[in-house]
Design a protein. Structure first.
Length: 302
């Protein structure tokens, strides 16, 4: 039986990807890591990861592209803000019998692949407190009004940045059937924050994978992992969650731009430049103003 870790990346997230890979390798030199290209702009990151860090590139890229296009076509090419996120669904059909999927805006603080041991009892694992926020960014209140899911089922919503499962638990037919069903009921989902895959994949797991487990529900509870939480305490270059008096398993900057001044910047910077010299300075990044900001500037005469 083979185990491995999948990531999805391109040349726009080189630094984030390096930080993630270095953190994984700091605690685990052996578990295979495979990159699924987010789009065709992946030449530089592929060269770096394969030559320096021993990362493999997903072999059947024609399948990845076909799968992504077919899934997004069900809703229409312009429906999702980031349809290429659906490329991560190739995880179900890759070479690993058991796998973790990890977003690149994460660093880990342990041999993260050991969490795959939970798959001896379950078919799907996640590890977050997304459920504490209710169904926001996943479902609309319609799923409650129409009894699409029960209250206990809705407590199993999860963040799609970190999860694990087994090859074959979801088939291509399962994916296509799920998307067709969801396309008939877009009112079930919350896309207001421009999430793309998270609502649909939550629906699929809640409907099709009954043997699922959120690792934060283990005996004694589990630590948080969101980069927007202010309670975590430094322990060298790891973090402790005082709520459960446990070290974090990983930190996820979901919805947060990773840059100097962001929460836990020193943690990310440490892993990004592990065994490298840190930059003397970081160039500032000019960002486009939002429409609201541009209108406000016009009104103020700027």
């Amino acid at each position: 039986m083979s185990r491995g870790i999948y990531i999805i990346a391109n040349d726009r997230v080189i630094d984030q990807t390096i930080a993630l890979i270095k953190s994984i390798r700091f605690y685990d030199a052996e578990t295979p890591i495979m990159m699924i290209p987010y789009d065709d702009n992946y030449g530089a990151i592929a060269d770096l990861l394969t030559t320096t860090y021993g990362v493999q590139i997903y072999e059947d890229l024609e399948f990845v592209n076909r799968l992504s296009i077919k899934l997004s076509d069900v809703f229409g090419q312009r429906f999702f803000a980031r349809p290429n996120q659906f490329r991560k669904q190739a995880c179900w059909f890759g070479p690993f019998d058991e796998f973790l999927y990890i977003d690149t805006d994460i660093v880990v603080f342990e041999k993260i692949a050991d969490n795959l041991n939970y798959l001896s009892e379950y078919d799907f694992i996640c590890c977050d407190y997304q459920h504490n926020g209710g169904i926001e960014n996943v479902f609309s209140p319609k799923v409650i009004e129409l009894n699409v899911f029960s209250e206990p089922e809705l407590k199993d919503v999860f963040n799609c940045g970190f999860w694990g499962s087994k090859k074959g638990v979801i088939t291509e037919d399962d994916l296509y059937a799920t998307f067709e069903e969801c396309a008939q009921h877009p009112e079930y989902f919350d896309f207001t924050q421009k999430t793309s895959d998270q609502p649909i994949i939550n629906y699929m797991i809640l409907k099709r994978v009954p043997k699922r487990f959120n690792i934060v529900r283990r005996p004694g509870g589990g630590p948080g992992n969101w980069g927007g939480s202010t309670r975590f305490q430094r322990d060298g270059f790891r973090l402790i969650d005082p709520n459960v008096n446990q070290p974090l398993q990983y930190l996820h900057w979901a919805g947060i731009r990773i840059e100097p001044g962001c929460p836990y910047w020193e943690i990310w910077e440490h892993y990004r430049y592990l065994n490298e010299e840190k930059p003397a300075y970081y160039p500032s990044v000019k960002r486009k103003k939002s429409l609201r900001q541009r209108l406000a500037s016009l009104i103020k005469g700027r």
